[in-house]
Ligand binder design. Sequence first.
Ligand SMILES: [Zn+2]
Length: 339
Amino acid sequence: MRFRTAVLFLCLTVSTTISAEDRARGERATGADVADFEVETLIEPEGREFFHFVFAPDGFRDTDEDRALFLEQVERNTTAIRTQEPFASLHDKLKFSVAWVPSKNAGIPDTAEYDRDEGVWRDKISGKTTVFQTKLNVGRYIIEIGNYHSVLAAVDAVEGRVDNLIVIANEKSYGGGARHPVDLPGVAFHVHRESDTPLDYQEALERFTFGVTIVSCEPDIAERILIHELGHSIANLGEEYFRADLTFPDDENHPGLKKPNVSGTDDRDQIKWKDLFGKNGVGAYEGAEGYGKGVFRPWDTGCIMRSERNTAFCPVCDRAIREAMREAMRMEAASAAVR
Ligand SMILES: [Zn+2]
C-alpha cells in the first residue's frame, strides 16, 4: 500500500491555476495570501462526485528537508485515510491535494499550559512565526488554529470546492483538533488576535463550508489521531470517551446532543440510532462527550471515537461519515455543473 501510494503521488500531480478573483479575495486577508500557496493535486478521481481533502503545512520552513518531512506526513496520512473504512470503500471518490506554504520558523509558535491555581489555559508566546498559528495545549492534546485568514487563503488557492482542510503541524508531541462546518464560521469569527483584521460574520457563514482538521507529526499514531479527528470534522461526531465521575449538563439544547453518536436517552424506541439498535453490538452505553453519566454512546469500547487506537468506527459513526461525505459529493457535483 505504501508503495502504491508513492507511485500515485508521482503520476497524478496536476498543477492548478488561481483566478484573479481568488487572488483579490486573498489579498484582503491578514497572514498568508492565496498567491503564497503552491497547490498540487496528488490523487485525482474520475468523475464529478468526489470528496476533496487538502493538506497544508504549519511550522515547516522553506527548505528541502522540511518540505520532504511535510510530504512524508501527507503520504502517511493519505494512506491511513485510503485504508480506513468507511473511507476505503469510497477510495475512488477521494481527491487529495496539497497547498504548500512555508513558515518562517520550524515548529509550532505557541503552546498553552494549564494553570491549576487559576483554572485557566495560559499561552506561552515563543515569538515563532507560522502561517496558521497552530497551538498545542500541553496536557490537553488539542491543537488550535489562530489565523483563519490563512485558512481561507489556503482554500481560495485551491481550484473548486474543498471539503476538508488538514493542517499538519510540525510538532512531534501527541496532538490533534477538528472543526466541523457547523462550528467553523463562529470559531473563525471569534478566534482573533488583536492584530488581525476582523472577519465579517456573514462572509464567514458563507465561506467556511468545509471542515478543518489539525494533526501533529507524532511518530507512532499521528495518522490514527487524524482518523479520529476526521470523525469530528466530517460528520460532527462526538467523543465516545468520558470521565466516569462527570455528569452531562441538564440542558436539552446542549450541542453535544446534536451529534449523531451521542444521545440523551437510552430508550431504544427513542434513541436516534434505533434502527441499528441490537445489531452488531449497537446499544446505549452510558458515557460520551467526556461525561460518564446522563449521556449515551452506541458501542461499548470499540469505536475510533472512543480511542484512536481502535481499528473501526461503530456502525452509527460509520453511517454518519458516509452520509456526510455523500452529501458533500452531491454539492461538489452540483457546483461543478454550474461552473
Ligand atoms: Zn462511534
